[in-house]
Design a protein around this ligand. Structure first.
Ligand code: ATP
Length: 245
């Protein structure tokens, strides 16, 4: 990659609705995430995390500002920009329950324009890495929540995009599933040099363990953006009154 940041947000904003019913979800947010880093986007429910992540993957159109992915402007060079992103959004188990994990991955590979011969070795690798290989031919509907979450992330990674967006990745997982999932995210960052943006409301768990940097969002505004160590220090010293869920 060149020196361009993986994700560059410039004065990004989103207001839902008009006039009396207008609701500002994100206001004038500026953020730059270098290639290979993990950024935790931390904030309480309703702070605007989901809206921000949806604007980055092109699902919500900003009402102000710009999103650049690897230097490509999402508004004007959309297909180049979105090709670099794999996203797993909160609550969206974007997988087909009647199909097996293996069939889901082949299906998503085809959907994203890969040839089957390209998809197969990638699917095998992902399923082995995720400990799903032994059960790859069972219906996803019969899996635990943690396993379904892994399949969802695997489908996002089938094209091997350099950037991964994860919205509340451990929400609703039991302790053990959350542990293996976090270990896997750490492996993607460390060994596969993925650039990862994840949202969470857990500072002393997901954000602290996985992130190089943490950005805090509150009432639609980014109120801090610091290396994780510094943020934790400041948080402890100043006892910031950040309501974290
Ligand atoms: P959560 O963790 O609950 O998902 P969040 O930090 O992701 O919260 P958002 O979902 O981005 O926050 O919501 C930010 C604000 O925008 C909230 O006040 C919400 O009610 C509002 N909002 C979100 N989506 C819409 C929409 N489609 N139409 C109108 N208002 C919306």
């Amino acid at each position: 990659h060149d020196s361009t940041a993986a994700i560059e947000l410039t004065e990004l904003g989103k207001t839902y609705g008009h006039g009396d019913t207008a609701r500002v979800a994100v206001r004038s947010s500026t953020l730059s995430l270098p290639w290979g880093q993990v950024l935790g986007l931390l904030g309480p429910n309703g702070a605007g995390k989901t809206t921000l992540i949806k604007m980055i993957c092109g699902l919500v159109t900003p009402t102000a500002g710009t999103v650049r992915i690897g230097g490509w402007d999402l508004a004007t060079e959309r297909s180049r920009a979105v090709l670099q992103i794999g996203a797993v959004l909160e609550g969206s188990r974007n997988v087909y329950w009647p199909l097996s994990a293996w069939e889901n991955l082949l299906y998503f590979g085809r959907l994203k324009g890969l040839r089957t011969a390209e998809t197969r070795p990638r699917a095998e690798r992902l399923l082995r890495d995720l400990d799903l290989w032994g059960r790859r031919h069972e219906q996803v509907g019969s899996y635990s929540r943690g396993m379904q979450q892994k399949v969802a992330v695997a489908t996002a990674l089938i094209t091997d995009p350099p950037i991964l967006l994860l919205d509340e990745p451990t929400l609703g997982l039991d302790v053990e599933s959350a542990r293996t999932f976090k270990d896997w995210v750490a492996h993607l960052a460390r060994d596969e040099h993925k650039t990862i943006l994840l949202t969470t409301h857990q500072l002393h768990d997901v954000a602290q363990e996985l992130s190089d940097r943490i950005a805090v969002i509150r009432d639609g505004e980014i109120i801090a953006d610091l290396p994780t160590g510094e943020l934790l220090k400041k948080y402890a010293e100043d006892r910031w009154e950040i309501r974290l869920a």
